[in-house]
Write a protein that binds this ligand. Structure first.
Ligand code: MN
Length: 202
């Protein structure tokens, strides 16, 4: 199996004005495409790894041979994280459903959750991601952040929602204002997709 860039599930301008068209185009067509290309190049001589779904690669990245470990962590992670991120974005979706009930229960309310999630995203120094994850044993929801293209799957958690806080995700429109990007990110969360991700945890 050779890894492929998934099609963006909407037009580049679908998230305007919160996330601009040019950023979406470069982010998907250049950055995400770059991770896929480099992952395929790194695994050219590792047929046994090419056959695995990218989730499996990343879940077990610590046991991948040293020769390709960082290429898998960075580019496999980049491919997985972006593939997971795109469907999480959509305008005008109401925050409702099972996952919102669970969020309210876990964090004391939707606003409290947003504040904690935003703080995790702001507190991630340099490039990385903030995540809402579930612990597979307790089913409890947690907020974590990861550096670079690391994914919580490697630490045994199940991702439910995430936000990309690499500068390439927001710099064209927001420059240094990660804070403002995050406020607008909350306006384009596809809660239907978040519910779908959450339903797999049960
Ligand atoms: Mn990105």
């Amino acid at each position: 199996m050779v890894y492929e860039l998934p099609k963006l599930p909407y037009e580049y301008d679908a998230l305007e004005p919160y996330i601009d068209s040019k950023t979406m185009e470069i982010h998907h067509d250049k950055h995400h495409a770059g991770y896929v290309k480099k992952l395929n190049a790194a695994l050219e001589k590792h047929q046994e790894l090419q056959d695995k779904p990218v989730e499996e690669l990343i879940k077990n990245v610590n046991s991948v041979s040293d020769e390709v470990k960082s290429a898998v962590r960075n580019n496999g992670g980049g491919h997985l994280n972006h593939s997971f991120f795109w469907p999480l974005l959509k305008k005008d979706v109401k925050p409702e459903g099972e996952v919102v009930n669970a969020i309210k229960k876990n964090f004391g309310g939707l606003e409290q959750f947003k504040e904690q999630f935003k703080n995790a995203a702001l507190g991630q120094f340099g490039s990385g991601w903030a995540w809402l994850v579930a612990d597979p044993a307790s089913k409890k929801l947690e907020i974590v952040s990861t550096p670079n293209q690391e994914n919580p799957l490697t630490n045994g958690k199940i991702p439910i929602l995430c936000v990309d806080v690499w500068e390439h995700a927001y710099y064209l429109k927001y420059q240094n204002k990660r804070d403002e990007y995050l406020d607008n990110f909350f306006k384009v969360i596809n809660w239907q997709q978040v519910n779908e991700n959450f339903s797999k945890v049960q």
